[in-house]
Write a protein that binds this ligand. Sequence first.
Ligand code: HEM
Length: 131
Amino acid sequence: EREAHLRSILATVPESMIVIDESGLVASFSTAAEKLFGYSVDDVYGKNVSMLMPSPDREAHDGYLSHYLTTGERRIIGYGRVVSGQRKDGTVFPMELSVGEAVANGKRIFTGFVRDLTSRHKIEEELRQSQ
Ligand code: HEM
């Protein structure tokens, strides 16, 4: 019942939502995230979230997590940041990332909300060129 409710939320939120555990492994992946990244939940479940980004962040992301876990220094949590995502087909796109932190069943989890900035960047580029 509660799980069905959560699943229906994941299916309908327009923003892409990704939940990871402390090690960066994907614990949930919303329907909008499937569409945006081109991966199904089965492709990403239990895998490292770093598969959703290009180098050099891909190789560095485990380090970002452990840096946060050992120092408590936030660089994205509470601020948000524009970063690059990478789709299953290899294309790289601009995205706005917000990260939150929560505790579920005694374990720390991170919730990521992703907004695709592709069309905004395209419009800004066209504006620049028309000036
Ligand atoms: C930290 C990149 C996705 C969770 C960071 C940092 C970068 C980054 C650059 C900060 C490094 C620093 O300045 O030290 C990316 C990219 C993503 C991505 C390019 C593209 C897919 C995610 C997602 C989540 C997440 C989906 C959570 C579900 C975190 C956490 C930290 C972090 C918990 C450390 C805390 C903090 O710096 O505030 N990531 N990230 N990241 N990221 Fe990601």
